[in-house]
Design a protein around this ligand. Structure first.
Ligand code: HXC
Length: 517
């Protein structure tokens, strides 16, 4: 055997040892919990054979608490780059089989290396999280490592898309790296995120709560809004990440590639002409409008379970990726409240960062009244959606489907907030407020003196609806560019997007704005 052959053998053995992470026994224990290993997750996410690994031989430098005897090649995280559907991504996957995937100084260095490359080379960063948090034996070095990662998350924000998938524990300050990224996917019954676990909660607040209740996927996807999706399994989470990537560009200087679907741009959809109920207070499913207009009915929803009174997600019109924001009359009549404002604002800002046009479908009766909303700051949070639409310079197309009342009219990508093309269906009702509320304010004194106050007010309400609750007053002023046939919505949206494809708009020079947080 030549010297080189011996050295190659040695290299192969070291690689094999690194690939085993914490060893076969720990891998088996991990599998027994129904979890995939870090390398299996990477293999499933990336195109076959595309993964190029870094720092396989990196080890920690800690000597506390017998750590010199617990050295594993690669030290608890697998990092590198590869492709998803042929497009470059940078990736790291924490390896729970090595010291619980706990974060050491060297582990953080490995993650920071791929983050720096992602920013420099303009490709998405994907973090697959499964870690017991800061490596307890290291202490401050681990905390410094987390801070180095947080800093890079912030620097990368708005430069490259960042996606986090949580497959296991993610606790303490460690949660803030995913929280700084654009999208968070969790796995039901297997992953959790919280600042302090159930035991600390019990001792501080005396609450009895399970891990799942406190920080499980379902909770974060429906209540806190931390997660964009609660996946059924690790595989489902990986598929979600792949789909998400297909709708976003590589970086803030690029557009998402065209994906032609074969769906004709001028396809009519007759069902839309009969979608709106006769009774203005009756609900219908806004998703019908979305799936009946986007290419092949393919709509990818984000944060579906959180604040369902507003819908956010991605679709394509004639091959172009767009963000869609739509009030949902099926939930709380599509009213705007704190959570729906935050949800939509963050989504619009993501789209604006990454040159993804936004199509807004409006059916909103107003902002939700009440002490709960006021005490919790609906003024401050409602201002977020206003801010997001007003600052966005991407192409913005709005279609008022039915109600657009009061402040909520202004907020939902109106012409006044730089909406580029604003259409309305003939069913649109654009006014300061609904007829019933309006006549009660305007005619309560006269009604008291009337022979039949209820009939008097009903007459006035009809008069108000006939004169005010339609799209023509807004169209007379040019706030609405055209009133369109519902069945032709797809064609009209596609034409508008084509017309706007070279749009250039800017904001005044500034360091950054001060969004009401
Ligand atoms: C070092 C750790 C570790 C950690 C787990 N391990 N967490 N080693 N530092 N933080 C090791 C265990 O010793 C064990 O090693 C192996 O990983 C697997 O852990 P188990 O406990 O056997 O696994 P399991 O029963 O599944 O429990 C997982 C767990 C638990 C719930 C995550 O390990 C745990 O509670 N860990 C501590 C979590 C924590 O409090 N972290 C600090 C959070 S604060 P062996 O050798 O036996 O296999 C924080 C601050 C960040 O992270 C601040 C950022 C600013």
């Amino acid at each position: 055997m030549s010297v080189m052959h011996n050295k190659l053998d040695d290299l192969m053995q070291k690689r094999a040892s690194a690939r085993l992470g914490g060893g076969q026994q720990r891998i088996d224990a991990h599998h027994a919990k129904g979890r995939l290993t870090a390398r299996e997750r990477i293999d499933l996410l990336l195109d076959d054979g595309s993964f190029e690994e870094f720092d396989m031989f990196k080890t920690h430098r800690c000597h506390n608490f017998g750590m010199e005897d617990k050295v594993f090649l690669g030290d608890g995280v697998v990092t590198g780059y590869g492709t998803v559907a042929g497009r470059l991504v940078y990736i790291y996957a924490q390896d729970f089989t090595v010291l619980g995937g706990s974060l050491s100084e060297t582990l953080a260095e490995k993650i920071c290396k791929v983050m720096d490359l992602a920013i420099k080379n303009g490709a998405p960063l994907i973090g697959l999280n499964d870690s017991g948090g800061a490596r307890i034996q290291e202490g401050i070095e681990a905390l410094a490592g987390y801070s180095d990662i947080f800093l890079r998350n912030v620097k990368a924000s708005g430069v490259v898309p960042q996606i986090s998938a949580i497959f296991g524990p993610c606790a303490g300050g460690a949660v803030y790296s995913p929280a700084l990224t654009d999208f968070v996917v969790m796995v039901k019954n297997n992953s959790y995120m919280f600042l302090t676990g159930p035991k600390v909660v019990k001792s501080v607040t005396h609450e009895d709560v399970t891990v799942e209740e406190l920080g499980g996927a379902d909770m974060h996807a429906s209540q806190s809004g931390v997660a964009d999706y609660a996946a059924e399994s690790g595989m489902d989470a990986i598929e979600y990440v792949k789909r998400l990537l297909s709708f976003v560009p590589q970086n803030n200087m690029e557009n998402t590639p065209l994906v032609m679907s074969g769906d004709s741009p001028d396809r009519r959809n007759e069902a839309l002409n009969i979608l709106i109920p006769e009774n203005a207070n009756e609900a219908y499913d806004m998703k019908e409008v979305i799936v009946r207009t986007v290419d092949n009915g393919d709509f990818f929803e984000v944060k579906a379970k959180f604040a369902p009174n507003i819908i956010t997600g991605f679709g394509r019109y004639n091959g172009h990726s767009v963000g869609i924001v739509a009030n949902q009359p099926m939930h709380l009549s599509g009213v705007l409240d704190i959570n729906s404002s935050i949800k939509a604002a963050r989504f619009v800002r993501f789209c604006d960062c990454f040159n993804i046009p936004v199509v807004t479908l409006v059916d909103v009766p107003g902002f939700l009244p009440g002490t709960n909303q006021e005490y919790n700051g609906v003024i401050r949070h409602g201002a977020k959606i206003l801010y997001a639409y007003a600052e966005a310079t991407i192409p913005k197309i709005t279609v008022v489907i039915r109600k657009a009342y009061g402040g909520a009219y202004c907020v939902m990508s109106s012409k006044h907030l730089r909406g580029d093309i604003n259409y309305a269906w003939p069913s649109a009702e654009i006014a300061v407020m609904g007829g019933k509320g309006a006549v009660e304010i305007l005619y309560s004194r006269e009604a008291k003196g009337a022979e039949d106050p209820a009939a008097f007010l009903a007459g006035k309400e009809q008069e108000y609806n006939e004169t005010m609750a339609n799209p023509y007053i807004a169209a007379q002023r040019g706030y609405i560019d055209d009133i369109i046939e519902p069945a032709r919505s797809r064609f009209r949206i596609i034409k508008a997007l084509e017309m706007l494809k070279n749009k250039r708009d800017t904001n005044p020079m500034k360091k950054h704005g001060n969004i009401p947080l």
